[in-house]
Design a protein around this ligand. Structure first.
Ligand SMILES: Nc1ncnc2c1ncn2[C@@H]1O[C@H](COP(=O)(O)OP(=O)(O)OP(=O)(O)O)[C@@H](O)[C@H]1O
Ligand SMILES: [Mg+2]
Length: 342
C-alpha cells in the first residue's frame, strides 16, 4: 500500500510517501519560522499564503524522490483539521484535486489522529489500546486510544496547551520563536530549582491540565530582574514536566492500557521524554515515544494515519469540509476556561 500524506494545518508545509508496512519512501517538511519571527507568533494569513506557494512543489519533490506517479498511489491523505482554517484548506484542496485527477480515494485526516497514531509508524510492536499523552502547540490531552478512530478523552487543558506555554514563556524571556526548542536549549545552562514556580492543578482531584498561572509566574519572574534567564527557563521546563507527570500518573490510575505513549511537538523535549519513560516504568507499563522529528508537525504521520484509516475501510467523499475545530473524542464534556480548544 502506498499513501501520499499532505499537511498544512499550522506553520509547516509537508508532504510524504509512506507504505503500509511503515517505510517512509520520501518526506519533506518546510517550516515558516523566518516569516513569523518578527511577529513572535504565527500569522494565519502569512501561513496560508506560504502553504499555497510551497505545497505543489513539495508534492512533486516526494513523488520524484520515490520515483512514483500519482497512478501508483493507493490513497491520498490530507489533514482536514483542526488548525488555522486558511492553511488547512490548502492541503485538503490539493489532496482533493489529486484524488479527483488520479481517481484515487481521499482520506481526510484529523491532525490530532496523525499525532495519536504516529507512534505506531515508528514502533511496529505498539498495539491498541494505549494511554496517550498528546502534548503539542494547540493541545494537551490524555486519551485512551482504543483503535483507529476510537478515542476516549480522559483529560484536557482548561486554558493553554503545553506547547503554547513553552512558546509564551520563550517570548517573555526574549527567545526566538518557536519557543520549545529555545527553552530546552537555554534550560541546559540553568538550575531547575532556582526559581519557585507554581504547578497548577498538581495533586488536584480533577483530571485536567492548566498552564496559564505558570505563564503569569514566568512573566513576574522575568520582570523582577532577580533571576538569570537560564534559571527561569530550567525552572519553567521542570514545572511543565512536573505537571505532565502528575496528571499522567492520575490517568494511569484510571486506565489499564498496558502502554503509555507520548506524542505531539512537546514530546520532542528530552526532559519530557525521560520523565514520562520513568513514570511508565514505575507503573509497570511499556513506554513508546516517536523520534523527535516525528513528534513535531510532519506529513509522514498524516500519510500513516491515512494508511491506517484506508486499511480500515475509512475513506472520505470529495466534499468533506475543512474544520478549524475537530475533537478526537466528540463525546467528551466541555471543560471550563477561556480559549479551550477541544
Ligand atoms: N524540544 C521541545 N521542547 C518543548 N516544546 C517543544 C519542543 N519542540 C517543539 N515544541 C513545541 O511543540 C509545539 C509544536 O508542536 P506541533 O507542531 O505538534 O504543534 P501544532 O501542530 O502547532 O499544534 P497541534 O498539533 O495541537 O495542532 C510548539 O509549541 C513548540 O514550542
Ligand atoms: Mg501538530
Amino acid at each position: 500500500m502506498l499513501v501520499l500524506g499532505l499537511e498544512s494545518s499550522c506553520d509547516d508545509s509537508a508532504a510524504a510517501l509512506v507504505t503500509g508496512d511503515r517505510v517512509i519512501l520520501a518526506q519533506v517538511v518546510v517550516g515558516q519560522d523566518e516569516a513569523h519571527r518578527p511577529f513572535g507568533g504565527i500569522v494565519p494569513e502569512i501561513a496560508a499564503r506560504a502553504h499555497v506557494e510551497r505545497l505543489p512543489q513539495l508534492i512533486r519533490q516526494v513523488l520524484d524522490e520515490a520515483k512514483a506517479k500519482p497512478s501508483d498511489l493507493d490513497a491520498i491523505a490530507a489533514t482536514a483539521g483542526p488548525g488555522l482554517i486558511g492553511g488547512v484548506m490548502v492541503a485538503l484542496l490539493a489532496g482533493k484535486g489529486l484524488a479527483l485527477a488520479a481517481r484515487k480515494p481521499l482520506v481526510a485526516v484529523n491532525h490530532l489522529e496523525g499525532h495519536a497514531l504516529s507512534p505506531r509508524l515508528a514502533d511496529a510492536s505498539l498495539d491498541f489500546p494505549y494511554l496517550l499523552l498528546l502534548v503539542s502547540g494547540g493541545h494537551c490531552q490524555l486519551l485512551e486510544v482504543r483503535g483507529v478512530g476510537q478515542y476516549r478523552r480522559l483529560a484536557t487543558t482548561i486554558d493553554d496547551a503545553a506547547g503554547e506555554a513553552f512558546d509564551k514563556a520563550a517570548k517573555l524571556l526574549g527567545l526566538a520563536y518557536p519557543g520549545g526548542p529555545a527553552i530546552e536549549l537555554l534550560a541546559r545552562e540553568g538550575d531547575p530549582r532556582a526559581v519557585p514556580l507554581p504547578r497548577p492543578l498538581v495533586g488536584s482531584g480533577e483530571p485536567h491540565f492548566s498552564f496559564a498561572g505558570l505563564k503569569s509566574a514566568v512573566q513576574r519572574a522575568a520582570a523582577s530582574g532577580a533571576h538569570r534567564p537560564a534559571d527561569i527557563a530550567a525552572s519553567f521546563q521542570q514545572a511543565v514536566v512536573d505537571c505532565l507527570v502528575d496528571r499522567t500518573q492520575r490517568a494511569l490510575a484510571a486506565c489499564d492500557a498496558p502502554t503509555l505513549v507520548v506524542a505531539g511537538g512537546v514530546a520532542a523535549n528530552q526532559q519530557v521524554r525521560s520523565a514520562l519513560a520513568d513514570l511508565a516504568q514505575q507503573n509497570r507499563r511499556a513506554f513508546s515515544v516517536p523520534p523527535g522529528w516525528l513528534c513535531t508537525d510532519n506529513a509522514a504521520m498524516i500519510a500513516w494515519a491515512g494508511a491506517e484509516r484506508f486499511a480500515a475501510g475509512l475513506t472520505d467523499p470529495l466534499d468533506v469540509p475543512a474544520r478549524a475545530r475537530w475533537p478526537l473524542d466528540a463525546d467528551a464534556d466541555k471543560v471550563r476556561g477561556a480559549g479551550v480548544k477541544a
